[in-house]
Design a protein around this ligand. Structure first.
Ligand SMILES: Cc1cc2nc3c(=O)[nH]c(=O)nc-3n(C[C@H](O)[C@H](O)[C@H](O)COP(=O)(O)OP(=O)(O)OC[C@H]3O[C@@H](n4cnc5c(N)ncnc54)[C@H](O)[C@@H]3O)c2cc1C
Length: 451
């Protein structure tokens, strides 16, 4: 078979989804996967729940281990192999076998890059102390869990108020730690508008988290290899453990000199079939940029939802199918204790930057009929184009049952629906699930009045 040998770099969501799809379509194909860690196909999304002990063992987070891929799917997975560079002219990659320290070149007919993202590391001395942890890989999750188990830290400082920082705050609270969180901007969750972010900040304080907003990490006070205090531009916060949740960027440094074109924040540029600018080279997941269907701009959004879908489309494309990944609308959801936070589409600041004339409305409603037990507050904010009424973005904060309503708005955005279209949707209702007007429709009714 022409183009017989497929080499995949990166053995998690995007890489193994692509490899598995190719295996299903082409049972005889030679497929080699290079993965620098010991693990394949695990749920990084589950790490906070392993640390909180909701999930008892890290093995439960592994969907398929390397032996299963080797024995059941005949995919030659080589763990502890780090790819150092790519030579697209000669169709080969340079690999370091971490077990033996040997370097070698491996040829490919087709190449799939799925190296994911890597966490931002602060440029301050002491970031490599034994009690400072990023949360990116399963190994990092295991290290945090072991440290908590062995050293029994009492005070934690989380740097960064994005969704990973919040999920980690929940995990550490549940392990009984006293949690402080510092955040550079005026509210946590800068994927929300500040007015909605403020509701999350308020909820965090209500949970007992010491929240320090508009505060910047400037250093660590290190004693005997351990950080004993986090220094910000305003204060020094004593701590026993530090968790970094400062965002991530694409893991593409090893592509320098490869002629593979990079775009937003160094993410690999791909087309709808996940092809790069170099023939026979595909890429998917957190190492790639995506097309935003609302702004029509290329964006960098690192999420498992996108990694799994783009991995599948890349696998289809490698197998010769014509499936296309249309793009994203920026839908994300997270939970911190009893609170749920969801967002999709564009924020006010993005609409202003794009010079789009928009209107907005925020409503407060209930997650169930007001008389039904455990009905909780839900706040929905919608943004729509002023003249057409086309939905542009939505944000939801509430308690149980609030967040997944974002999927109605994500569907509306994907299909260019207007506020009237949303009001007309035949959504379900019974008292245990919602008021008779679902809160997203109540918000659309309020906003349509301003058009
Ligand atoms: C704590 C946490 C919680 C999350 N929660 C959610 C969530 O709730 N919802 C959601 O949608 N997303 C979530 N995500 C994001 C999601 O996990 C990622 O988007 C997804 O794992 C990306 O998959 P990927 O295959 O593109 O990259 P990765 O999962 O990062 O996999 C890349 C793989 O490539 C390997 N690799 C990298 N460089 C090399 C190299 N040079 N040579 C060999 N191997 C290499 C890495 O070891 C890794 O195994 C979360 C992430 C974290 C860390």
């Amino acid at each position: 078979m022409a183009n017989n040998k497929l080499v995949v770099i990166g053995g998690d969501a995007a890489g193994m989804t692509a490899a598995s799809k190719v295996r299903r379509e082409q049972p005889e194909r030679e497929i080699i996967v290079f993965e620098k860690s010991d693990f394949t196909s695990y749920s990084a999304c589950g790490i906070p729940y392993f640390i909180s002990e909701k999930v008892k063992t890290y093995q439960e987070l592994i969907v398929r281990d390397p032996d299963t891929f080797r024995n059941k799917y005949h995919i030659d997975v080589r763990t502890q192999h780090l790819v150092l560079s790519v030579d697209t002219d000669n169709k080969k990659i340079k690999v370091l076998n971490k077990k033996t320290d040997d370097e070698f070149w491996e040829s490919y007919d087709q190449l799939m890059i799925a190296t994911g993202g890597k966490a931002f590391c602060p440029d301050v001395a002491g970031y490599d102390s034994e009690n400072v942890f990023g949360v990116t890989t399963l190994k990092s999750g295991i290290n945090i869990e072991r440290y908590i188990e062995d050293k029994k830290p009492q005070n934690a400082v989380i740097v960064g108020g994005g969704y990973i920082g919040l999920e980690m705050a929940e995990s550490l609270l549940e392990r009984g730690l006293n949690v402080s969180l510092i955040n550079r901007s005026e509210q946590v969750m800068n994927t929300l508008d500040p007015d909605m972010g403020a509701l999350v900040s308020e909820a965090l304080r209500g949970l007992g988290i010491n929240l320090f907003l508009s505060e910047v990490l400037i250093g660590f006070d290190v004693k005997e290899g351990k950080v004993i205090a986090v220094i910000t531009d305003k204060q020094s916060i004593p701590t026993d453990i530090v968790i970094l949740g400062m965002g991530s960027r694409p893991n593409t440094d090893f592509l320098e000199g490869s002629k593979i074109e990079l775009g937003v924040r160094g993410a690999i540029k791909v087309d709808g079939q996940l092809r790069t600018n170099i023939p026979d080279v595909w890429a998917a997941g957190d190492c790639t940029e995506s097309l935003h269907l609302v702004s029509k701009e290329h964006v960098y959004i690192a999420l498992g939802t996108i990694a799994n879908k783009t991995g599948l489309v890349a696998g289809s494309s490698i197998s010769g199918e014509k499936t296309v990944f249309p793009g994203v609308v920026g839908t994300a959801v997270c939970k911190i204790c009893s609170y749920e936070v969801a967002r999709t589409g564009l924020l006010e600041k993005q609409l202003q930057k794009l010079n789009i004339d928009y209107v907005k409305a925020t409503i407060e409603s209930r997650t169930r009929a007001h008389y039904y037990p455990n009905s909780k507050k839900i706040v929905v904010k919608l943004l729509a184009e002023k003249n057409s009424g086309r939905l542009l973005g939505g944000q939801i904060i509430g308690e149980e049952g609030a967040a997944k309503r974002i999927d109605v708005l994500a569907t509306a955005l994907t299909h260019n629906l207007t506020l009237q279209n949303i009001i007309d949707l035949d959504l379900s209702y019974a008292p245990p699930f919602s008021p008779v007007w679902d809160p997203v429709q109540t918000a659309a009714r309020k906003l349509i009045n301003s058009i």
